[in-house]
Design a protein around this ligand. Structure first.
Ligand code: PEP
Length: 257
């Protein structure tokens, strides 16, 4: 983390978990043990149908609401989809875009991710843009090129001003939901490379202002070490964000003086 230049953001990705009743219960549990978050922003990215419930339940807490996906068109005949404006209108601040599960199971490409980034920014949302390599790609030694390509495609035609509203989440696919975390060295190496790519595109001042998260089996036992890396400015957390006490332990790791 480097708090002098950028915000630390701890975001939970609930994926397709928790109904409205569970959402209210979680909010009560979290609020009961949530520390004063002096140093970091806390976000819960809930299923779209639970956004209103979450927005109400967290109204009196310092927890921002995030969505996990959206469509890039503003309105129209796109059955089953949700627009950026609809999310914004419900009080959503962040939206996860290009998560590897969306790329893998729902055919989301770099081009689609870029369109979604533009639509989200246009609506005033903060995109959390996910990038990451598979185990095969890591073993082939193409991680850095692949991540640079994903970052450049996602940010294609995004202005420096708008980039300041984006978060990049480095999520090695082999570490998501597997319990297998990237070592802090592996995670830091890629996060630093992401900042270098942004520096090449936008210059040093902009690059140092961008929040870069790590995601992939982050949990209470490894959060502090990962967050101690200067280019890791927070976490995108799946499994460990589903339990209030685990999530708070990670928040505490990010919230140290
Ligand atoms: C994720 O879904 O973004 C994620 C990082 O999941 P997990 O923490 O469970 O690996």
């Amino acid at each position: 983390m480097n708090r002098r230049y950028r915000k630390t953001v701890i975001a939970g990705n609930w994926k397709m978990n928790k109904n409205a009743t569970d959402t209210k219960k979680f909010a009560e549990e979290l609020k009961a043990i949530m520390p004063k978050t002096k140093w970091c922003e806390v976000v819960v990215c809930v299923p779209a149908v639970n956004i209103s419930t979450a927005a109400r339940a967290f109204k009196d807490a310092r927890v921002a609401i995030g969505a996990q996906n959206m469509y890039y068109e503003p309105a129209g005949a796109f059955t089953g989809e949700v627009s950026a404006d609809m999310l914004k209108n419900l009080g959503v601040k962040y939206v996860i875009l290009g998560h590897s599960e969306r790329r893998q199971y729902f055919g989301e490409t770099d081009v689609i991710v870029n369109k979604k980034v533009h639509a989200a920014l246009e609506a005033g949302l903060h995109p959390i843009i996910c990038v990451g390599e598979s185990l095969e790609q890591r073993e082939m030694g193409i991680t850095m090129e692949l991540i640079a390509l994903q970052v450049k495609s996602a940010l294609y035609n995004v202005s420096a001003d708008k980039l300041r509203k984006c978060i990049i989440a480095y999520e090695p696919i082999w570490a998501i939901g597997t319990g297998k975390t990237a070592t802090s060295e592996q995670a830091a190496e890629v996060c630093t490379a992401i900042r270098t790519t942004i520096r090449q595109l936008y210059g040093a001042r902009v690059a140092r202002s961008v929040t870069i998260q790590y995601g992939g089996s982050m949990k209470p036992s490894n959060a502090a070490e990962l967050l101690a890396q200067s280019d890791i400015d927070g976490g995108l957390i799946g499994g460990a964000a589903l339990k209030a006490d685990d999530f708070v332990a990670i928040i505490n790791a990010a919230n140290q003086d």
